[in-house]
Design a protein around this ligand. Structure first.
Ligand code: DP6
Length: 332
């Protein structure tokens, strides 16, 4: 039996994956661009017992170290992914896995990108298979979490890189630009409508076609601003893009509202701070929390100001990271 532990980070998309050509296989309508994080991570241990019979064991490790049974939805999704990985490797045997998030799960932050990236890397290594980063990206995507395809790489990542079924590709390593993401937690309950349902409804928005029309220009704008390290150009487009995702969600049939009143309070405060000379730009995923992107030099001011807002429950200070790592210590 071999046992492998991987820590894999979450990522924050500058250009979002929203709307799929094939939802089950997570084939997106348009490419996305993200920054891999370093503090918000999933740590996952996988043990593989070749030829052993029985169902795969899926557990969650609590912050006090105890292992507990996950809910049925999580357990089934993890087992389905383990089945796919076993088929891919052409192996028979039983997996045992446990996973833990570094960020508070009550914070309503997406953990599937980090979780499925960690699970994919650990299971492939536990079966003693070799896979390139591109193969790992495609395997992680097959979990149904498209954003997991980006979390197998560090720094700044584009997915898919060529052809809609392609893998993610690193645009620049983490040391290219020390950007920070100060996450303002305004809502602690899990999101009401999962991303999967958001993807499904996106094409029903009358504005979805318009989004597709200008997507090439926006991708080009974000990619070149990233390469040139132009904060104000990047920030402006990233903020527009996040607002557009929510515009599409709010105009889908039936509509989805992810924002809370506190989301608007944070967005409004950020606009004021920019007028005062703070380089801070907002982006939001399928939830009410606000990710504030800023250069390292502005992070202390951004964090201090967000902390003082009554709309903000807590903040998480994160930044660009180098990607998944294999760990010597296991969760069980
Ligand atoms: C709004 O289908 O990857 O975060 O599986 O729930 O993580 P999960 O979502 P996924 O869609 C991501 C939606 C998004 C935008 C993005 O990260 O690109």
């Amino acid at each position: 039996m071999s046992k492998v532990t991987v820590t894999a980070p979450a990522n924050i998309a500058f250009i979002k994956y929203w709307g799929a050509r094939d939802l089950d296989r997570a084939i997106p309508c348009t490419p996305s661009i993200s920054m891999t994080l370093r503090a918000c991570c999933s740590r996952t241990t996988v043990a593989f017992e070749p030829n052993a019979p029985g169902e795969d064991e899926v557990r969650i490790r609590k912050s006090n170290g105890e292992l507990k049974e996950p809910d049925a939805g999580f357990r089934d999704r993890a087992r389905q992914h383990l089945d796919r990985l076993r088929d891919w490797a052409g192996r028979t045997g039983r997996f045992r896995m446990a996973t833990q998030n570094s960020f508070p799960s009550a914070a309503g932050l997406a953990s599937s990108a980090s979780g499925f990236s960690a699970l994919t890397l650990a299971a492939v290594r536990a079966m003693e298979q070799d896979a390139s980063p591109a193969q790992l990206s495609v395997l992680a995507r097959r979990s149904g979490s498209g954003s997991a395809a980006r979390s197998v790489m560090g720094g700044y990542v584009r997915w898919p890189s060529n052809g809609e079924e392609g893998a993610a590709e690193q645009l620049a390593p983490a040391d290219h630009w020390d950007l920070r993401d100060v996450i303002a937690i305004v809502e602690t309950s899990p999101k009401k409508v999962p991303s999967r349902e958001g993807h499904r409804r996106a094409p029903t928005s009358p504005f979805f076609e318009t989004r597709l029309d200008h997507m090439d220009d926006r991708l080009e704008g974000v990619q070149s601003a990233l390469m040139e390290r132009e904060m104000s150009t990047l920030g402006r487009v990233v903020e527009e893009e996040a607002i557009e995702l929510h515009l599409i969600a709010m105009s889908s049939r039936p509509p989805i509202f992810y924002w809370a009143p506190e989301t608007l309070a944070v967005l409004s405060a950020i606009r004021t701070w920019r007028e005062e000379g703070v380089a801070a730009y907002a982006t939001m995923d399928a939830g009410a929390n606000v990710h504030v992107i800023c250069p390292a030099s502005d992070e202390p001011r951004v964090a201090e100001r967000l902390d003082r807002l009554s709309a903000v429950h807590e903040i998480i200070r994160d930044g660009v990271g180098t990607g998944p790592t294999f760990e010597p210590d296991h969760l069980f």
